[in-house]
Write a protein that binds this ligand. Structure first.
Ligand code: R7I
Ligand code: MG
Ligand code: MG
Length: 347
């Protein structure tokens, strides 16, 4: 059963990860000292950090939440329209280089098939970027039924990411948030086994097998990464370098969604490299930033999973106060929570 504190935690911590993580996006190496300095500057109001703006990750997640709420369920035309409108209103939120083409085409009134622009990307194979996964959390909140979470996270991602290595990252992220909302992180090994079981089925699909073969990945790429996570979990010490080389920190969904899940699992306990005073969400976001690479997106995804587990009450007010769009995230979470409990959603 989902608690409203978890729903708030998921969407709010996702925004925090994006806003706070933006500082290090694209950095190759990020010393933990720099991360802790950045985080402590958020507590210090005299420093006048000002408001940290959200990027495309949150901009698109807001569209997903608004669309699910307005349409009381998934409506691909409405969601596509919102993505396009948001992009044309604020194009400078740091969108991926390829997805901009899709967003421009989606604003054309003549468009019949809203999934076509995404299919045209990268010589017709579609994008494997993490742009579908970074905005997947609202799907986890909206649908009580796991098969609906999978189905609509998939379709929502397909509006921009038609390669299975892109949209299956969104399915995995939505599943992780959904299970976390239900308290599944109390038993971390069962949590990862459950994700493997679900993704075995998701990646057994013909299209996924084809993409994996063409891109020379493992037969079931996300499952393979989840197994690597399980191996890393069982080790007493894991270095940042090992996490990066085993799981990645890049802009591909395959190199960032499993990484975000690992960050959450690794930070379930206090860690030597992190201040003792930190709660779980703080640990998770700090650790995500220290990996470098696509920090806003990895922290956003890890933040959503962790926020669902620990709940809103564990997040420092000083962090909440300095990030753009937190109040809205809070409201969307509450309204999605009500939908989840009151009316059956569906397509
Ligand atoms: O996936 P996407 O929306 O980007 C999201 C990322 C997040 O980190 C955000 O915070 C923001 O910074 O961007 O955008 P896409 O343009 O679809 O994919 C991102 C990038 O991945 C592309 O610009 C390409 O560099 C790369 N990429 C590919 N490269 C080769 N072949 C994605 N798919 C392919 C591909 O099939
Ligand atoms: Mg971004
Ligand atoms: Mg990013």
């Amino acid at each position: 059963l989902m608690e409203v504190f978890s729903a708030w935690g998921a969407l709010v911590a996702g925004v925090l990860g994006d806003c706070i993580g933006g500082e290090f996006e694209g950095a190759e190496e990020v010393p933990m000292e720099s991360v802790l300095q950045h985080l402590s500057s958020l507590d210090d109001e005299t420093k006048g950090t000002g408001i940290l703006e959200y990027s495309d990750d949150t901009a698109m997640a807001r569209c997903v939440a608004q669309s699910l709420l307005t349409r009381t369920g998934f409506d691909e035309h409405d969601m596509a329209r919102r993505f396009a409108k948001e992009y044309s209103a604020s194009p400078h939120r740091g969108y991926g280089a390829g997805v901009i083409q899709v967003l421009k085409k989606l604003s054309s009134p003549q468009l019949n098939d809203v999934y076509q622009p995404a299919r045209d990307q990268f010589n017709g194979r579609g994008s494997f970027g993490n742009g579908g996964a970074m905005r997947a959390a609202p799907f986890a909140l909206a649908f009580p039924d796991l098969s609906d979470v999978k189905r609509f996270a998939h379709l929502g991602a397909m509006l921009t990411h038609s390669c299975s290595l892109g949209y299956n990252g969104a399915v995995l992220q939505a599943l992780a948030v959904h299970l976390s909302l239900q308290g599944a992180l109390d038993l971390p090994h069962q949590f990862i086994s459950r994700l493997i079981k679900e993704m075995e089925e998701v990646e057994g699909d013909e299209a996924a097998r084809n993409d994996a073969r063409i891109l020379k990945e493992a037969e079931k790429p996300f499952c393979e990464r989840l197994h690597r996570i399980r191996d890393l979990m069982d080790r007493s010490k894991v270095s940042i370098e090992e996490v990066i080389s085993e799981l990645g920190n890049g802009i591909a969904a395959l190199h960032s969604v499993p990484t975000a899940i690992f960050c959450v699992l690794h930070c379930l306990q206090p860690r030597e490299c992190l201040p003792e005073s930190y709660g779980g969400v703080e640990r998770t976001i700090a650790y995500s930033l220290a990996l470098g690479g696509d920090t806003d997106t990895i922290a956003c995804m890890a933040g959503a999973i962790a926020g669902a587990h620990y709940g809103i009450e564990t997040i420092p007010l000083s962090w909440i106060r300095c990030c753009e769009g937190v109040e809205d995230a809070d409201q969307y979470a509450e309204r999605l929570y009500k939908l989840y409990h009151q009316s059956p959603l569906g397509g």
